[in-house]
Design a protein around this ligand. Sequence first.
Ligand SMILES: [Zn+2]
Length: 256
Amino acid sequence: MEKYTLSLHHYLSFVVTLFGSLLGSFSNVVVFRSAESRSVIFPPSACRSCNHKLSPLDLIPVFGWIFLGGACRYCKEPISPQYPLVEAFMAFITGLSFYKTGPGLNFVLVSGFAAIWFVASVVFVRQEQKKYSPFLWAAVYASLLLRPLLPGISFNSKVSAIYTGAFFFALLVALIAMSKKDFHEYFSKAALLYILLLASPGLAYFWIAVAISAIIWFAERFETQAKHGVKAFFALNIVYIIIFMFKMPHFFSLNF
Ligand SMILES: [Zn+2]
């Protein structure tokens, strides 16, 4: 690995960040179209208001939206800020995980785990799903399969007890969900909570997550608070993804 220098690493991190923004652009398509049960491959991207086909320039991640002033070039209808925000956050996730882990399997594990977690959170906060989103299933599988593979985890008895606890806590939420009409909404909440608890990089983070979740759920019992509760839970996941990004790869060592 003599050839892999620091400047090459910085350059590749930049390239991976750009790639991440494209991945974010694709995530937007998945989020919007899966809610409408449409194909993610076809037809090509068009304005959601006037249906005008978008030019490659309009589709440049983050900057396309900024150059257009957040409105469609053709019909001047506002374009949701969800587009640039998702693109920017996906760029952040992939870029930072590469910067911290370097090329290799660890990069795929860390960025994959965080990206699935993030997209599932966006699907959750939009609440347009009337059935189980493939992404929420992916979220469950990701946490089950990827999490134990991530470095920095040694399965001593204390850690195992916490993960078993997290599993039963999430299972309890899922069971309560089954008695509710809006099952899918509770299911997605259980899936996200499960990842959030599993991904907590330390005992303190774990208990803070449990405490905040409990407060949010208590608040959600009141009709007027329900919408805020969903947004608060989304925000909690975003904060934890950021903590995960900075804390988790800490276990990797990239030595030059
Ligand atoms: Zn338009």
